[in-house]
Design a protein around this ligand. Structure first.
Ligand SMILES: [Zn+2]
Length: 312
């Protein structure tokens, strides 16, 4: 049912099962992760299936599917600092916008409406992002807006007052209304909204990259410090040659560890060890965001997960 471009992502399996079961669709969803473009198109895909009047397959050409894939469906509403607004403040999602949202959901609609909250990056789309978009345009999707790209929201974009104005709606949304928040991390959104939402981690598309990443961890969990340090430059080259951000690389490493964890559920000692390594990867992400140099971050990481390093 769900477009194959999203296969191999965790969210894919959950929603594929969910959509087949006819359960009431969640009224509020938070996607967290560093591939906001993937999150955006995945939201479009969920919207498409919920509103399809055809066979729901990725090739369906009913009007709803076509409008969705062209990103111009009237029930698919982007709430960003520059979309769905009448006031002049172009740097935030304002309280007035939230009032516009809350008054519009009172009206009934034949469609399952989505309000997608993102930051809109305006300006010429960079090569790196064009490459990301290509994957989805090959799968039949378009953004349909030039020089517009969805980006992660944070507490500067969706501030406390506006968030509070939205709370009641996220909790008691009418049937067939869904709020979707795109962010890097759930901490970018006030906790009262997060607690009223289903939160999904959306990894970067795994596919080939996971295979490549696993080649750096052949001897895991018995990598020596020497071997680990030797990998630092290789992994930095890999990121640069493949145009993958360092945070995304850490996401992939985390994915990889989670997969190792899944295949070792029955071994409690191993389970604890991998769990603690996953925490080290998360720490490395924080270090990167605190602008510590990538070579230092990866070096620290490889040392801390090395066989000798665990005992330091
Ligand atoms: Zn359709």
């Amino acid at each position: 049912m769900i477009n194959s471009v999203f296969e191999n992502t965790f969210v894919y399996n959950y929603f594929e099962t969910f959509l087949k079961s006819n359960k009431r669709f969640p009224q509020s969803i938070v996607f967290e992760g560093f591939d906001t473009i993937m999150q955006y198109f995945f939201a479009l895909e969920l919207f498409r299936i919920l509103n399809c009047t055809g066979d729901k397959t990725q090739n369906c050409s009913c009007t709803n599917c076509n409008w969705t894939k062209e990103n111009r469906h009237p029930a698919l509403i982007n709430v960003t600092p520059v979309d769905f607004k009448d006031d002049a403040a172009k740097t935030v999602i304002s309280v007035k916008q939230i009032e516009k949202v809350t008054s519009s959901i009172v009206e009934t609609s034949n469609y399952h409406r989505f309000f997608i909250f993102s930051n809109a990056k305006l300006g010429e789309v960079q090569e790196k992002d064009k490459n990301k978009l290509l994957k989805y345009s090959n799968a039949g999707f378009e953004l349909n807006k030039e020089e517009w790209l969805p980006a992660s929201i944070n507490k500067k974009i969706l501030q406390e007052e506006a968030s509070n104005a939205l709370l009641k709606s996220t909790e008691e949304a009418p049937n067939k209304v869904t709020f979707v928040f795109l962010c890097n991390n759930r901490e970018d959104i006030i906790s009262t909204i997060v607690s009223r939402s289903l939160v999904f981690k959306t990894p970067v598309s795994i596919e080939k990259s996971t295979t490549d990443i696993s080649s750096f961890f052949k001897n895991y969990p018995n990598i020596s410090i020497k071997e680990g340090i030797e990998k630092v430059n290789a992994i930095i080259d890999f990121a640069e040659n493949n145009n993958i951000g360092f945070i995304d690389i850490l996401d992939l490493i985390e994915e990889y560890f989670i997969n190792v964890l899944k295949t070792n559920y029955s071994n409690p000692a191993f389970f604890g060890l991998i769990n603690s390594d996953i925490e080290k990867v998360q720490m490395a992400k924080k270090q990167l965001m605190a602008t510590i140099s990538p070579s230092n971050v990866f070096e620290n990481l490889f040392i801390s997960i090395s066989a000798e390093g665990r005992h330091l």
